[in-house]
Unconditional design. Structure first.
Length: 171
């Protein structure tokens, strides 16, 4: 696997997700992954958002390594389409973790006892708990598809393609 390629393209994919989520917030969607991650460690504010952004990029880089493994071992090619194929697993795992692990760990969600001073709504499974359920679900799936397409496009050729490379033509 091309770890030196997979991690940075995962970071770029995470930055693309953040850009799409920023645009979604401008349109009124109450999804702020960076703040949710940052407030795991700090009270809400600009510093918490910055910490959450860095955490998001690091996790995105690590997930990029998993995509790299998938490109090399499962699809034997890297492309936007191969990334989208692999995103099915990413979307399901992420959606389940978002609804189960986050509320159990996050100190500011209402399920936490005692009720925190700056309580924030839990997004629920697949972001179904944010406002209109179908919009949250669509946004969740869409940003993960953006990530997958970016990672697939930027990863480059795999080390072990199914088909051998075409022989060089003699001039």
């Amino acid at each position: 696997m091309k770890s030196r390629s997979a991690f940075p393209v995962g970071v770029v994919g995470g930055a693309a997700m953040s850009a799409v989520m920023f645009l979604a917030r401008l349109l009124g969607l109450q999804a702020n992954l960076e703040m949710m991650l940052g407030t795991l460690f700090l009270p809400p504010g600009a510093v918490a958002w910055g910490v959450g952004f860095v955490v998001h990029l690091v996790v995105s880089g690590l997930i990029g390594l998993l995509y790299g493994r998938g490109f090399e071992r499962v699809t034997h090619r890297a492309s936007a389409g191969a990334g989208l194929l692999l995103s099915v697993v990413h979307i399901i795992a992420g959606g389940l973790l978002l609804g189960s692990v986050l509320p159990a760990l996050h100190p500011l969600v209402p399920e936490a006892m005692p009720m925190p001073e700056h309580a924030m709504a839990t997004p629920g499974y697949f972001m179904l708990g944010l406002g209109h359920a179908l919009i949250g679900l669509f946004a969740f799936v869409f940003v993960h598809m953006v990530y997958a397409a970016v990672v697939g496009m930027l990863y480059g050729p795999v080390l072990d393609p199914l088909e051998p490379p075409a022989p060089a033509s003699e001039a």
